[in-house]
Design a protein around this ligand. Structure first.
Ligand code: PEP
Ligand code: CO
Length: 473
């Protein structure tokens, strides 16, 4: 008997997935966002160097994260992924790293309170050095003349200053970025190991911004009550000697970055003893960006062969068939914990797009974790040409996505945010009341606008309230 083929269900994915693969098989494919280096031999020398250096993360950490993502797929954990849009080599300082951990830590505790489940903390750090650009060339007017130079593709590729020297892609930056990722991760591991993230330390509860005049009194009261009850609850569980308290508060950070430079990613992709397959040992969770997820492109070719869990950005142009084919291609065996779909649809489009996308994923027949990136679909330019995002749009996309996924019979198992632990002024709105007029005060990002410390915490509290309405149901 033959099984009838459903109209529209045929796809190139399953047959392609059985093709031979190697860490370098992507090189024969069309590579979106490809960097043209002036000296190909120098590139291969740096890649060879990168290949010889030790890994940044281990296969057992990667497998542990995959298991935690599998738990989140089944509703038993919640994922918080966050950090800079673009890490820079200059920002590899103790203060910047500590502040990033601190805000992720504080947000995660609010989410533990709201969702009543352990939170998996994943930084956009220790490798988030490569940036896709909408145009390969940037043109500026300098002294009345139009000057065109390569765009800034992140510190892994070239420098931000608008000079020919800085903007020329420099392959040595592949190794420099790796070294800074290693320094960052070394410090993070030492802090975590040394008890930095002890939740009893009062600085984690520095909520002074809640007294800001523009925060409505009822909201402030709710927030204060939430932090008090979380602290009391944890203390109470500790007194009872509850095993779960450790599970809820144990601090662990995983790393993630966009796997944009396939030279960098593949040079750290290896076999390890006693396990099947190849691991990307530069990070725990690499993701495929919105501009590089072509089903027959180099990035998907590279990603289909690694054992790591894989994130895929899902923008508004993604069709249900696209997402189905991507899931089939990247997870042909239907492994649990393998695929994280990161929606970034825009506040106004999420509700309308999500049901069909969920349906598309059903067609792939394997589990995924839906998480919402409420940043990249909500970027706007001010009259003076600064890129910004509104806190309200960000919050609205999170809430809309949360509801739309529930309505479609799926669930939002995490969030992906661009944030910093510093007091920057890049996104407008929130209790601290940043407006277009004062964006210039401390606009520090080299790429997309990030939530500052207060805005990030406020967002976590808003989401925690939403999660708490459904926790335990
Ligand atoms: C990013 O995460 O910084 C990014 C460029 O996202 P996207 O690929 O979704 O546009
Ligand atoms: Co970004």
């Amino acid at each position: 008997m033959t099984t009838p083929v459903q109209p529209g269900s045929e796809s190139a994915a399953p047959s392609a997935a059985s093709r031979p693969w190697s860490p370098d098989s992507w090189r024969s494919r069309v590579e979106a966002q490809r960097i043209e280096y002036p000296d190909a031999n120098a590139v291969e020398r740096e890649v060879a160097k990168l290949r010889s250096l030790p890994p940044l993360v281990t296969s057992w950490e990667i497998e542990k994260l995959k298991q935690e993502i599998a738990d989140a797929q089944e509703g038993r954990r919640f994922v918080l992924q966050g950090g800079d849009c673009a890490e820079t080599l200059d920002d590899c300082t103790p203060g910047a790293i500590t502040n990033k951990l601190k805000i992720l830590m504080q947000m995660s505790l609010a989410l533990v309170w709201g969702g009543r489940k352990p939170v998996v903390r994943i930084g956009r750090f220790a490798g988030q050095y490569a940036k896709p650009r909408s145009s390969a060339i940037e043109t500026r007017e300098i002294n009345g003349a139009r000057v065109s130079l390569p765009s800034y593709f992140g510190d892994l590729v070239n420098g931000a200053p608008f000079t020919p020297e800085a903007r020329t892609p420099n392959p040595h930056l592949l190794v420099r970025a790796y070294q800074h990722a290693a320094l960052t991760l070394n410090f993070i591991r030492a802090l975590v190991e040394g008890g930095f993230a002890d939740i009893h330390h009062p600085e984690y509860w520095d909520l002074s911004f809640m007294r800001h005049a523009s925060l409505p009194a009822d909201l402030r009261a709710q927030y204060e009550q939430m932090t008090r009850s979380l602290a009391d609850g944890l203390r109470f569980m500790e007194v009872l000697g509850e095993a779960r308290v450790e599970e809820l508060t144990r601090v662990e950070f995983f790393t993630s970055h966009e796997g944009l430079s396939l030279l960098y990613e593949s040079a750290q992709t290896r076999r390890v003893p006693r396990r099947e397959g190849h691991y990307n040992l530069s990070t725990h969770l690499p993701w495929i960006g919105e501009r590089t997820r072509q089903i027959d492109g180099a990035h998907v070719e590279y990603f289909r062969g690694i054992q790591n869990p894989v994130g895929i950005k899902i923008g508004p142009a993604t069709s249900p068939a696209d997402v189905r084919d991507l899931v089939r291609m990247l997870n042909p065996t239907g492994e649990r914990g393998k695929i994280v779909l990161i929606t970034r649809l825009g506040a106004g489009r999420a509700a309308e797009r999500i049901p069909a996308l969920v349906e598309g994923v059903r067609g792939a027949g394997s589990p995924v974790l839906w998480i919402c990136d409420p940043m990249h679909g909500n970027t706007v330019s001010t009259a003076s040409g600064l890129k910004t995002r509104s806190f309200d749009a960000i919050r609205s996309e999170l809430e809309t996505t949360y509801d739309a996924l529930r309505g479609a019979g799926a669930h939002m198992g995490g969030i992906h945010v661009e944030l910093t632990g510093e007091d920057v002024t890049e996104c407008v709105g929130g209790a601290t009341d940043i407006t277009e007029d004062n964006l210039h005060t401390n606009y520090a990002t080299l790429c997309d606008p990030r939530l500052n410390y207060h805005q990030a915490l406020e967002l976590a509290f808003a989401l925690a309230r939403r999660l708490s309405q459904n926790a335990g149901k």
